[in-house]
Design a protein. Structure first.
Length: 106
C-alpha cells in the first residue's frame, strides 16, 4: 500500500506583537492543537485574503537636528522603556497638539 505523502513544509519567520503571540497560544489550547504552526495554518486556511484590505501607514525617513541633551534624554528613556528612539519619537510627535495650548510658553 502506498504511503500518503504530506506536503513539504518550510519554516517561516516573522515578527508579531506579544499580544498576538498570546492569542496564538490561547487558540492553540482552545482548538486542542499541539503547536503554534497548526494555529497559523488554520488562520491561513480560513482567512478571506481576497476580501481583506490591509491598512498601512507609509513611512518616510527624515533628518532633524536636536541638541546633545535631547539626544541623551531620548537614549536614556529608550533604555529605560526597552523601546527604540524612533518609537519614543513617534509617541512624542503623536501627542503634540496641532496648535499651542493657550497660556503655555515654550
Amino acid at each position: 500500500m502506498a504511503k500518503k505523502s504530506r506536503p513539504a513544509s518550510a519554516p517561516l519567520t516573522f515578527d508579531l506583537p506579544v499580544s498576538l503571540i498570546a492569542k496564538i497560544e490561547s487558540c492553540r489550547r482552545g482548538h486542542a492543537f499541539t503547536t503554534a504552526s497548526e494555529v497559523v495554518r488554520l488562520a491561513i486556511t480560513t482567512f478571506d485574503f481576497e476580501g481583506c484590505e490591509p491598512t498601512r501607514d507609509p513611512h518616510r525617513q527624515i533628518s532633524v537636528r536636536i541638541n546633545s541633551e535631547q539626544r541623551a534624554r531620548l537614549k536614556r528613556y529608550a533604555r529605560q522603556k526597552d523601546a527604540s528612539v524612533g518609537e519614543l519619537l513617534r509617541l512624542a510627535l503623536e501627542s503634540l497638539p496641532l496648535k499651542p495650548v493657550k497660556g503655555k510658553k515654550k
